[in-house]
Structures are given as C-alpha cells and as structure tokens.
Design a protein. Structure first.
Length: 635
C-alpha cells in the first residue's frame, strides 16, 4: 500500500460529505469496517478524521447520522481496495472515488483495474445507493466487478455514467441483489469484452431491464447479463446487425417469467453468439425469427434449452451449416409439436446433435434431405421424443462416424423405421439408434456388407414389439459390431445372420440377450462355430442354413430392379428390392415368374395415401421381355 496523503483539514471544520464515500445509518448502533486496507473516516462531516485500521470497526452511530471515508488506496488485484462490512441498515451517498484520491476525488475520473471489486459484496444491510456517485468515465478492467454482489436489501442502484467500458468492468456488479426492481440506465456507446457479464445475475425481483442501444458488440459483452432474473417479463431490444463471439450467451437464462423475446435480425452469425440465450425461459411461447443463412460453430447451441412452453419453433433457412450449430437447440421443449424444416443437404460435425432431445410432444419430424453426412451429425437428435410416430427418410448412402447414434433413442411411439441405404458403414454409425423404441414393429433393411467397429451396437435394444430382425448379410464382422444389438427384444423370434468370420472382439457380446424363448435362427451354411446363448444362437431356437434365392431382373419405366423369383407384387413392394417411393397392389394372385403375363394392378405413386392426381386404379401394366411401361395419360 502506498502512503496516504490528504489535504490539510482543521479539526472541527465541516466537510461536504457529497465529496466523500458516505454511509447514512437507518438503524441505531451502526458500525463499519474495511478489510485489507487502512483508511480514515469522520462522523457527520465534522472534519475530524479518525484513522481506521484494516478490519477494525468505526465508532457506532445512530439513525440519520453519517460516516464519511477517504483514502489514497491502491487495488490489490482481485481483492480490490477491500470490502466494507456494515452492521446495520443504511444508505450510500457521496463520491466513492474518495477511497482512491482522498480529498481530490472530484478532480479525478479514472478508476483503476480492480479498484472497487467486491467493495460492498454481501453487504446485506445496504438499502439505497441511488445517491452514490460513480462518475468515473475512464474505466479499467474489473474495476466494478462484484461491487454490490449479494446486497440482498438493495432496492435502488447508483447511476452509471461511463460511455466507454473496459473488460469485465461491470461483471457481477449487482449479482444476487434480490430486492433490486429496476436496473440503472446504461448510456454506453462502446462495449468491451465481458463488460456486462452476469451484471444482474439472480436479481430475482428485477422487472425492468435497461435499454441496450449499442450497435457494435464485443466478445461475451452481454453474457449471462440477466441470468436468473425470474421476474423479468420483457427483454430489451437488441438492434445490432453485427455480432461478436458469445455476445448473447446465456443472456436470459432462467428468466422464467419472460414472455417476449427480442427480435434477432442478424443474418451472419458468429461462434456461440446465441448460446443458451433463452435457456430455462419456461414462459416463452414463441421464439423470435432467426433469418440467418450463414451459421458458425455452436451459434444456436442450447438456445431454447428447457423452454417448456414453446409451441412454435422459428424457421431455420440456412443450407450451409457449421459444427454443433443446432446442438441441443430445443432440448426439453416439451410443448413443441412440429419441428422446423431443415433444408441442408451437406451437414457439419454435430450439427443436429441432441437438437430435439426430450421434446415429448413432437409428433412430426422435419424432412432430412442431406446426402453428405458428418461425424455425430444426427446423434441424439430425437432422443426421448415419445410422441414421434413416423421417422423422416434418411437418403444418405455414405455414412460418418456416430452419424445416427442414439438418433431415435426411447422414441416409444415410433412404429416403423426409415430405410437405411448404406452398404459401407462407419464406426458407431447406428449405435443405439432405435434403442428403447418399444412400439417399433418393423426394422429397416440393413444391406451393408462392410461393417465398422460398434456400427450396430444396441441398435434395437429393448425394442419389445420387434418380431423379426432385418437380414444381416455381412460375412465378416467388426469389433463390437452386433454387441447388444437385440438385447431385450422379448418378442423377437427370427434372425438371419450370414457371418462366416466372427473373430472380431466382442462382435456378438450379449447381442440376443432377452429375446423370445423360441424362434428360428438362420445362418450361413459355412458357419459352424457360433456358440449357444446370448453371445451367439439363442437357446431353444431352431437353427437353419440360409438358402439363397434365385434373383431376376426387370425394369419399371426404364429403371432396373431385382426381385426373388416367384415373389408377388405385394411382397416385392414391401421388400428391400423396392428402392422407389411407390406402392403396388395387385388385383389377382400374380407372381413375378418369367415376367409375364400382363397384370391388372393398382399403382400408387409417392405417398401411400390415395391422391387423385397421383394414383391409378385398375391400370394394365404391359409386360414384354421384362419391361414394364406406364401409360402416363392415366396420371
């Protein structure tokens, strides 16, 4: 600490208490102490300055009397110049700069780094600080951080006159001031990194936020600014058009009364800009529009996390995504019924990760047209969406590691799964994909012949309505590829598994644990080493060798398809050979044998529903040399 020097004061010459940090008693017997530093004080402005050692108490004063303080103190990093402890209810007045500049407080407008950090922290006796002068215009990092943190009786805050801020200057300044109803105005024209971070965190009585007119932001400038302000109903306007990293992250997190969100017109985003912005805003019914077309890493991450009243999601028009851009965006939005469209065809790592997890009212999923995937792109996307009945189509043929991992985990209303076209898999690509889908009665075909580590791990675990497993044509297995795949599928009674090489580690670990007590297991004729039990062939099941069927080839409107010889149209339509979105129903018991004679059938193109403009009834297909032709005049 530097030596203290004060202008000469004559004993008994009264001072202007407005020039000094002053505490006015609202109760009898008030005493004050300051940690870490010594200073001087006088009573009722009588000019008789008394020395006050660090942590020592002043003489007690009674109601309506005052204590004024001065010093020429140097901040001690994060401890500032010390913390006042005030024994009784009080108001604050005067100029707090007297603690830095003594009698010259009015002639100085620079506040040093850490200067007033924690100055009144946890001073639960302070009631009103509206007459306290905080007039410095040249701020430095952390200068007011935590200044009034935990002042639970504070109902009026001081004016904040600075227009140019510094890093973390107001961080946590009024945090935990649970009696503060209205925030001070912030006439700032230039922000700094983290300047307002957690400024009003847990101010549970705050109903009016300050205006925020600044149009140029700084990194994390508003981060968690109103975190936990449970009485805040309306958010301030945010007129900016250019964002900064983490600028709005967690800004209104836990504002459980917030019903009106600000408009967010920005079209180019930056990393973490909206991260957790409205997390836990349980009264928010409608989200603001999000017109951005250029995304950034983690830009919408957790944005509406736990918004349990949100019934309508904003449109998401972006077609170029970024890593983790929609990560946990609508987590736990239990009132959300319909998801927004997601038009991107090329995905990014983790882009939809956990996007709709535990959206228990979601009945309609968006179309997912992407054909280029990335690692964990769809991981956990619809996990716990217990009202989801129909899954979106997944047209990709090239996979990425963990791309569909946990995608429909515990979607207990899902009846039918989407087709899966990939023939070469990636590590953990389908891991836990349909685990816990207790209503799933039909599994997708799994045409892949080249597997990867953990690719099907617990894919259908606890699918208690599944009766028949999809055929597994791969002959060589990979590490943990089928582990726990059908664990707990208590009705499953038919499995076709054509592996001839099961040497990979844990490839069959507990894969049929808990399946039906009797059933049919079809294996490759050359496989003789499969053990009996949960790590191989289920006990009590009949074992058969796989018999290859004769495949024939035919074309529909110039496109070539395959079928098993003797297969009916209805069987073909529901089989893995039908690679088009077309449903065929016949009017007679005709089979595909030699591809003749002509067949009178019903053709439905597109959806299975009968739509006049896209359906044909009783139309003859002319079969000549394996060629099927439509008369398009009938469509």
């Amino acid at each position: 600490m530097r030596r203290r020097f004060f202008s000469h004061s004559i004993k008994g010459a009264f001072i202007d208490i407005n020039n000094y940090l002053t505490i006015e008693a609202l109760e009898d017997g008030l005493t004050v102490s300051l940690s870490s530093n010594a200073c001087e004080y006088c009573i009722d402005g009588d000019g008789e300055w008394k020395s006050l050692s660090a942590d020592a108490k002043t003489e007690p004063i009674d109601i309506s009397h005052t204590l004024s303080f001065r010093g020429i103190l140097t901040p001690k990093s994060s401890k500032g110049i010390g913390t006042f402890t005030i024994s009784k209810k009080c108001n604050l007045k005067g100029n707090c700069m007297s603690m830095l500049y003594g009698d010259e407080a009015m002639n100085n407008n620079r506040v040093a780094s850490y200067a007033f950090q924690k100055l009144f922290q946890n001073a639960t006796t302070i009631v009103n600080a509206s007459e306290l002068q905080i007039h410095a215009t040249l701020l430095n990092p952390y200068c007011y951080k935590n200044m009034f943190y935990g002042c639970t009786s504070l109902v009026e805050a001081p004016e904040l006159l600075a227009t140019m801020l510094a890093k973390n200057c107001y961080s946590y300044m009024f945090g935990g001031c649970t009696s503060l109803v209205e925030a001070p105005q912030l006439p700032v024209t230039k922000l700094a990194d983290n300047c307002y971070e957690r400024m009003f965190i847990n101010c549970t009585s705050l109903v009016k936020a300050p205006e925020l007119p600044v149009t140029t932001l700084a990194s994390s400038c508003y981060s968690s600014m109103f975190y936990g302000c449970t009485s805040l109903v309306k958010a301030p306007e945010l007129p900016v058009t250019t964002l900064a990293s983490s600028c709005y992250s967690s800004m209104f997190y836990g504002c459980t009364s917030l019903v009106e969100a600000p408009q967010l017109p920005v079209t180019t985003l930056v990393s973490y800009c909206y991260y957790n912005m409205f997390g836990g805003c349980t009264s928010l019914v409608e989200a603001p529009q999000l017109p951005a077309t250029t995304l950034a890493d983690n830009c919408y991450r957790d944005m509406f996390y736990g918004c349990t009243s949100l019934v309508k999601a904003p449109e998401l028009p972006a077609t170029t995504l970024a890593s983790n851009c929609y990560y946990y965006m609508f987590y736990g939005c239990t009132s959300l019924v319909e998801a927004p469209q997601l038009p991107a065809t090329m995905l990014a790592s983790g882009c939809y990760y956990n996007m709709f997890i535990n959206c228990t009212s979601l009945v309609k999923a968006p179309q997912l047209p992407a054909t280029t995937l990335s690692s964990s792109c769809y991981s956990y996307m619809f996990k716990g969406c217990t009202s989801l009945v129909e899954a979106p189509q997944l047209p990709a043929t090239m996979l990425a590691s963990s791309c569909y991992e946990y995608m429909f985990f515990n979607c207990t209303s899902l009846v039918e799964s989407p087709q899966l076209y990939a023939t070469t898999l990636a590590s953990s690509c389908y891991r836990y994909m349909f685990d816990g889908c207790t209503s799933l009665v039909k599994a997708p075909e799994l045409p892949a012949t080249t597997l990867a580590d953990w690719c099907y791990f617990s894919m259908f675990g606890d699918c208690t309505s599944l009766v028949e497993a999809p055929q597994l044509p791969a002959t060589t297995l990979a590490s943990s590829c089928y582990s726990y795949m059908f664990k707990g599928c208590s009705k499953l009674n038919k499995i076709t598994m054509l592996a001839t090489n099961i040497s990979a580690s844990d490839c069959l670990t507990s894969w049929v644990n808990g399946v039906a007590s009797s059933g049919t297991f079809i294996k490759h004729k050359e496989m003789t080493s499969l053990p009996s039990g949960e790590n191989g062939i289920p006990e009590g099941w009949i074992v058969e060798d796989y018999i290859e069927t004769n495949l024939i080839t035919f074309t529909i409107d110039g496109t070539e398809y395959q079928a098993e010889e003797g297969m009916t149209w209805e069987e073909w339509c529901d089989s893995e050979f039908n690679k088009i979105q077309m449903i065929v129903r016949f009017t007679g018991t005709h089979s595909i044998v030699g591809l003749n004679p002509p067949i009178n059938i019903l053709v439905l193109k597109g959806d299975s529903a009968l739509v006049p403009d896209t359906s044909v009834f009783g139309h003859d297909l002319i079969i000549t040399d394996g060629v099927y032709m439509h008369d398009y005049n009938d469509f």
